[in-house]
Design a protein around this ligand. Structure first.
Ligand code: NAP
Length: 237
């Protein structure tokens, strides 16, 4: 199975670049999705063997169609590209912040997934990994838990966008189950990347990438429609 291919969106840096590196190390040909060609090319050169550049802005439908036309068969799609624009609670956000966040984190995932479905359907074992966030868990947000203070409604646009992504994960999984797809969401844990400036407690993004790799290479009897932490623990919705 060394002719497998993968696409990781937003793979020019952060968690996505680590996911692309791990998939390439497993012998897959990995399309390194990047909205900027130069940043994508630099990541491809850093990753080395197996990495291929693919210009892909997940908010650009025409660009997505052009990218999809370059990929014949796809075994793994990792919807990793994401933005977090502010820590504001909803009362201090505006609809425009929600729109801009959802363009990338939700609508972009729908556009990319649907555009690459024909290529995924050519795989004998198609896998989709949606990089979500533990901060999207409504169970964790409303109950005492070690991760979040109950009732703190900050980063509302980002967290609700990832909750919508979780819903999409369930619906895609249900719709595609009979075709052999495995579609799961990943909570990578707090990681030190450009998305989390000043998060001194952020862990190693490579560790989160190993959780994505596990979901990307699930066996046929593996789960679908689930939400898993980087360490494979199920996360409550
Ligand atoms: N870091 C954490 O603690 C954490 C925790 C939970 C979940 N996550 C999730 O993990 C994923 C990766 O985040 P990260 O922490 O690695 O952040 P990051 O270092 O900021 O990387 C984000 C990536 O997404 C790309 N991107 C943003 N908008 C895009 C668009 N319209 N089209 C294509 N690519 C786009 C960025 O490209 P540019 O370089 O061009 O901006 C970059 O490659 C995100 O979905 C994030 O929500 C992260």
């Amino acid at each position: 199975m060394n002719d497998r291919t993968a696409l990781v969106t937003g793979a020019n840096k952060g968690i996505g670049k680590h996911i692309a590196r791990l998939l390439a190390a497993e012998g897959l040909t990995v399309y390194v999705g990047a909205r900027d060609a130069g940043r994508g090319q630099r990541a491809v050169e850093e990753i080395g063997a197996g990495a291929r550049p693919l210009v892909l802005d997940v908010t650009d439908p025409d660009g997505i169609a052009r990218a999809a036309a370059q990929v014949d068969r796809l075994d793994v799609l990792v919807n990793n590209a994401g933005v977090s624009l502010s820590p504001a609670p909803p009362a201090e956000s505006d609809a425009e912040e929600f729109r801009r966040t959802y363009e990338t984190n939700v609508f972009g995932v729908v556009e990319v997934t649907n555009a690459f479905l024909p290529a995924l359907r050519r795989s004998p074992h198609p896998r989709i990994v949606n990089v979500s966030s533990g901060t999207a868990s409504l169970a964790w947000s409303t109950n005492p838990n070690p991760q979040f203070t109950p009732g703190s409604g900050g980063a509302a646009a980002y967290r609700s966008s990832k909750a919508a992504l979780n819903a999409l994960t369930v619906f895609y999984a249900q719709t595609l189950a009979e075709e052999g797809f495995k579609v799961n969401a990943l909570a990578p844990g707090l990681r030190a990347t450009d998305l989390t400036p000043g998060a001194a407690a952020g862990g190693d993004p490579a560790e989160a990438a190993r959780g994505a790799l596990r979901l990307a290479l699930l066996p046929d009897d593996g789960p679908t429609g689930g939400f898993f932490s980087w360490d494979a623990t199920p996360v409550p919705w």
